[in-house]
Design a protein around this ligand. Structure first.
Ligand code: MOS
Length: 705
């Protein structure tokens, strides 16, 4: 048949209009199936067994009694599991996580290390057998105590995507020239991912192909690592992950997928492995605790001469991971001496990982609190202080900004929050037994894109199908991509169907680093543009449709070097109970410059979600480890507190006009910037309320009193 794109629709743009999720009805009616609930014929169930000791070796696994239990099919452990390859560098530029390459040797590097998988006919049988399984260990002394001044602290050579150390300018000279100095230590605790949907994967062999149904942040990533681990042709692995109940950096290649593939291989039947909530605390990565020293030196008017930020975080003995907290100021403020460095201490703990706004979330707490302290010392308004230190080029890189608009965020935020009426003096406002205060902080997060491929098909029935290995981890990415495709094709979004989460669609960027939607939108835009042009020349669509494919690798490679970030201004008002020490956030406002906003409805949810996480970080979240056992205390949602509905007031997020001129549709990223600075805004408000600085998170009642 003949199809046309509709020029009239071009006037009614979809980008920028608020749309509910295209899969929303499926999600709320239960029609959307998650990895843990997709049925397979002959499905067997694997249950992971985690080490109860914090360091040592597995001496023996008493598999026989468990194999005699009802329904039990296999017990996999280091003595019998298939050998896999781990000596390679994966899609994200690092070797696979050793905790994911399960059952390869007897070493136990931390409590909660996977030591066995029990497989049974039902999940309940697997669980009972797993809980019965006796594992003998040779225990060794362990160290899980993270603290400043740990004797093992060392400076890492690299910090992943950020430089580990940048030291520009003469620190001592700039300090000597400063009239005002703030020198303070801030700490943040170990914080944990708790996606609503725990990690789950089912694996099966289909002919010569391995098929995995998973919950992940990138099926290309998982498929390529599984292919390398199991020495398979990349085309012989298919990973699907259509609906994902949260990810935040934790849903990569982990023990459950690899264990499921091993079991499916050994048993030659489909096997599913689902992590329990408690297992997620040990197996899915987390945010390292930090100790951060910030030294700011400034002229009397607050103009910075010194920005020194040194961050200590923890890593494991099996892998190096740096929480890049000190990098937070590199794109924010200029100073004559700009020193930002990281140190690590290796402990007998699981390896930390990315967790929403890795680096910037804890880093901004320290840096933006220190700036508030500087504003206080200089007698300068905190917003004026930031405006005064606004750079015209990257403070460390010297590169031009893609787009910035941080000052515009503060101006709009100040106007809407009512900042102009604020009395800067602390501890003066009362509402009954409550002390009231307001605080602000800046936010920034890197905006980038990763190479992706997409295919856009004009179907014979006049609709369009987009295929891309995107992951919608709850962000609304799929809906945003629908709007992007519709606008480029100049059709109504109802005529566009976006299919995601299938590695067979070709390589694509992960949902991570706030880069997912931008990366995928770029690829879709290129393919859809070419398809529209082709259809304009010849609108005839054969029964199999007309498909155009794209690959952004070259376009991204040709991008000029710039400082590209999303920015924001956070505002919080708190009330502090002088009798109990309880801190209540009364309202919160965040104004962001995050590029063109594709779908205001879901973008706002992303930003608000980040801000709520910031409240949670400021007031509640803190994982506790038992030093003797080396394992968590209360690794569940009863013991690990985060902000519940009753803790969250009216949270408002909005944005200023902002475009990234180098992006085909002007977008940047909204994934992580919402949490950045949020905890500092709350902490600064607590100071304003009480006159007391809180430099250690969370700001628990016992710390307030
Ligand atoms: Mo995000 S921490 O890159 O999933």
């Amino acid at each position: 048949m003949t199809t046309t794109t509709d020029p009239a629709a071009a006037a009614v743009r979809s980008i920028g209009t608020a749309r509910t999720r295209v899969e929303g009805r499926d999600k709320v009616t239960g029609a959307a199936r998650y990895a843990g609930e997709i049925p397979f014929a002959e499905l067997a169930h694997g249950w992971l067994v985690l080490s109860t000791v914090a360091r040592g070796r597995v001496r023996s696994v008493e598999a026989d009694p468990v194999l005699a239990m009802p329904g039990v099919l296999a017990v996999l452990h280091h003595g019998n599991a298939p050998r896999v390859e781990s000596d390679f560098v994966g899609m994200l530029g690092v070797p696979p996580d050793p905790a994911a390459v399960v059952f390869q040797d007897d070493r136990v590097p931390h409590a909660g290390w996977p030591v066995a998988l029990v497989v049974a006919e039902t999940s309940e049988q697997a669980r009972e057998a797993a809980e019965t399984l006796v594992v003998h260990y040779d225990q060794e002394p362990h160290d899980v105590a993270f603290s400043a001044g740990h004797p093992g602290a060392y400076a890492p050579e690299s910090a992943g995507y950020a430089e580990a150390a940048v030291e520009k300018g003469d620190l001592e000279a700039a300090l000597a020239a400063s009239s005002v100095v703030v020198d303070a230590e801030y700490t943040t605790p170990e914080e944990h991912h708790n996606a609503m949907e725990p990690h789950a994967a089912a694996a099966r062999w289909d002919g010569g192909r391995l098929e995995v149904v998973d919950s992940n942040q990138g099926s290309t990533w998982v498929a390529s690592e599984l292919a390398q681990m199991f020495s398979l042709d990349p085309g012989a692995v298919r990973v699907r992950s259509e609906h994902v109940g949260g990810g935040f950096g934790s849903k990569g290649v982990r023990a459950h997928q690899v264990a499921a593939v091993m079991a499916a291989t050994v048993l030659q039947r489909p096997v599913r492995v689902v992590m329990t909530r408690r297992q997620v605390f040990s197996l899915a990565g987390y945010r390292s605790p930090t100790v951060q020293r910030v030294r700011l030196g400034a002229d009397a008017d607050g103009r910075l001469r010194v920005l020194e930020h040194r961050s200590l975080s923890a890593t494991s003995t099996v892998r190096e991971f740096v929480e890049t907290s000190a990098a937070a100021g590199r794109a924010l403020y200029p100073a004559d001496a700009h020193h930002t460095t990281h140190e690590l201490v290796r402990l007998d703990v699981p390896t930390p990982t990315w967790m929403r706004a890795p680096g910037e979330a804890p880093g901004s707490f320290a840096l933006e609190s220190a700036l508030d302290e500087l504003a206080e010392k200089c007698g300068v308004d905190p917003i004026a202080l930031r405006t005064r230190n606004e750079p015209d080029r990257g403070p460390v890189s010297g590169l031009p900004f893609g787009s910035r608009n941080l000052v515009a965020c503060f101006e709009e935020g100040a106007r809407r929050f009512g900042w102009a009426d604020r009395d800067p003096r602390p501890g003066l406002r009362r509402d009954g037994r409550w002390l009231l205060g307001t605080g602000t902080a800046a936010a920034s997060f890197h905006a980038g894109a990763g190479p992706s491929t997409a295919a856009v098909t004009a179907e014979a029935d006049g609709t369009f199908t987009v295929r891309i290995t995107a992951a919608d981890i709850g962000t609304g990415a799929r809906t945003a991509l629908t709007l992007v495709a519709a606008d480029t094709l100049e059709v109504a979004p109802e005529r566009v169907r976006v299919r995601i989460g299938d590695s067979d669609f070709g390589p694509a960027m992960i949902a991570g680093g706030s880069m997912g939607t931008r990366s995928w939108a770029w690829a879709i835009t290129i393919a859809a543009r070419e398809l529209r042009e082709r259809l304009a020349l010849d609108g005839t669509v054969p029964p199999e449709g007309v498909t155009v494919r794209s690959d952004t690798t070259e376009a991204l490679g040709a991008l000029s070097q710039k400082e590209r970030h999303s920015y924001g201004a956070q505002f919080a008002e708190v009330a502090v109970d002088t009798a109990t020490g309880e801190v209540r956030v009364r309202r919160m406002l965040g104004i962001f410059a995050a590029g063109r906003i594709v779908n205001p409805l879901t973008a706002r949810s992303q930003l608000v979600g980040g801000m709520i996480w910031g409240i949670s970080m400021a007031l509640h979240e803190e994982a506790a480890r038992d030093r003797n056992l080396g394992s968590h205390v209360g690794a569940d949602l009863a013991g690990y507190h985060f902000a519940a509905h009753a803790d969250v007031p009216a949270v408002e997020a909005d944005w200023v006009d902002d475009q990234d001129p180098d992006d085909p549709i002007d977008i940047k990223g909204v994934g992580e910037v919402g949490i950045v600075g949020a905890a500092a805004a709350v902490a600064n408000a607590v100071w304003h309320a009480t006159g007391v600085r809180h430099r250690h998170l969370p700001i628990r009642p016992d710390r307030v009193l």
